[in-house]
Design a protein around this ligand. Structure first.
Ligand SMILES: CC(C)(COP(=O)(O)OP(=O)(O)OC[C@H]1O[C@@H](n2cnc3c(N)ncnc32)[C@H](O)[C@@H]1OP(=O)(O)O)[C@@H](O)C(=O)NCCC(=O)NCCS
Length: 368
């Protein structure tokens, strides 16, 4: 019978071979992702994961692994059978922690997931936090019917026969939101995107211009960019998720830029400037990752409340698609996440040609 122990992945200086728990953690996470999604688009590298662990200024990030017991304690990454990643915000939202847990498919149903969860929950409680959140992934949103569950928002569904859903329900989590994952395939028809952009420009009018950068925000825009990030934390629909405003300032932007640089991540940011006030009214960004040059994540998109209703969302998204095609012609796929009840954002994505490709259940547990 396999027995295992829960260990914490040390924050090593480098991702060389001696960091075997880190390599086991990375491999386990990647196997779970490929098994859940049937694509390697979301795979990560040990170096990128370690780069994130190096920066714990705004979030504490304990990483746990279930390691197959071995008398000799061989430094063998294949002994890692499952992982748990905690994200514990240190500035705002200190009441809550997000947990990502996964077990290698061939080792499920033996209590490994439960022991990883218990160890993570103990850390959350020991830290005085009163809430945990988790996500369960699904490749297809089930149609209405038996064995499905809708969130408290009423929009979207998950299947109650899914292992992740059962895992969350068994621990008393409530389904507070369902998110849709959508994919956009490139290359696109330039005439269609140009037409959408022209229509958006006609509506938004001469008061708005385009500003863009890669990596570090220009000094001129860093405070404005921080404000957009703060607003992003509460302006996107949260369903029944109990999160408070997450405040960003220039120092946090710079700190995150440094972290992304170490991880080999590059943001392609594009914003709409409100010319009369020299402020940023809207932005969108792609996140390019080090493991592939064929796939990018759609990162945040936001139009400030006071500038909505002028097609600025469509404007920044089309302009950034054109820019992506010019600057990163190797990209074949974009993936994006939206709350199922976020009808405005989804309408833009659907009009552009994004196709539903699965989603997630967003779960919340109040700890007593
Ligand atoms: C969800 C997940 C982490 C569970 O991992 P796991 O190791 O199979 O978890 P456990 O073995 O502790 O529990 C799973 C089932 O095995 C049962 N089980 C637990 N210990 C057992 C044992 N010793 N013998 C037999 N069955 C056992 C549990 O009762 C549970 O049954 P249920 O699904 O009918 O409630 C795993 O399926 C996974 O990685 N899924 C993909 C990622 C994911 O969905 N993560 C969670 C998001 S909320």
């Amino acid at each position: 019978m396999t027995t295992w122990s829960i260990r914490e992945v040390p924050v090593s200086e480098t991702a060389d071979e001696s960091a075997w728990l880190l390599h086991g953690y990375t491999a386990a996470m990647n196997q779970v992702l490929v098994d859940s999604w049937g694509t390697r688009d979301f795979e990560r590298t040990a170096r990128e994961i370690l780069g994130s662990m190096h920066d714990q200024r705004y979030d504490r990030k304990p990483r746990l692994v279930a390691v197959r017991d071995d008398e000799a304690d061989a430094p063998d990454p294949t002994r890692v059978l499952g992982f748990a990643a905690l994200l514990m915000p240190l500035q705002d939202n200190t009441h809550t922690a997000h947990l990502d847990v996964g077990v290698l498919p061939e080792h499920r149903g033996r209590g490994i997931g439960s022991s990883l969860f218990d160890a993570a929950e103990a850390m959350v409680r020991a830290d005085g936090r009163t809430q945990m959140t988790m996500s369960s992934d699904q490749q297809v949103e089930p149609p209405e019917g038996p064995d499905t569950l809708a969130p408290t928002t009423g929009t979207g569904r998950v299947s109650t026969t899914d292992a992740g859903v059962r895992f969350a329900l068994a621990r008393g989590f409530a389904l507070e939101q369902v998110a849709r994952y959508s994919r956009f395939d490139l290359p696109f028809d330039p005439a269609i995107i140009a037409e959408h952009r022209a229509q958006a420009e006609a509506k938004s009018g001469p008061d708005y211009g385009i500003v863009s950068w890669r990596g570090a925000a220009p000094e001129e825009w860093v405070d404005e960019f921080a404000l957009l990030n703060t607003r992003m934390s509460t302006d996107a629909p949260l369903g029944g998720l109990d999160f408070e405003e997450d405040v960003w300032d220039a120092a946090r932007i710079r700190s995150t830029e440094k972290q992304f640089e170490e991880r080999g991540i590059e943001l392609l940011v594009l914003a709409a400037e409100h010319l009369p006030t020299h402020t940023l009214a809207a932005f969108t960004a792609f996140m390019a990752v080090p493991n592939t040059d064929e796939f990018v994540h759609q990162h945040d998109t936001l139009v400030l409340k006071e500038h909505r209703g002028k097609r600025l969302g469509m404007l920044v998204k089309t302009a950034n698609l054109q820019r992506l095609a010019a600057e990163r012609p190797s990209v074949r796929r974009i993936g994006t996440w939206n709350a199922e009840e976020n009808s405005y954002m989804l309408a833009i994505n659907v009009a552009l040609g994004f196709q539903p490709a699965g989603g997630s259940g967003e779960w919340q547990l109040k700890l007593r």
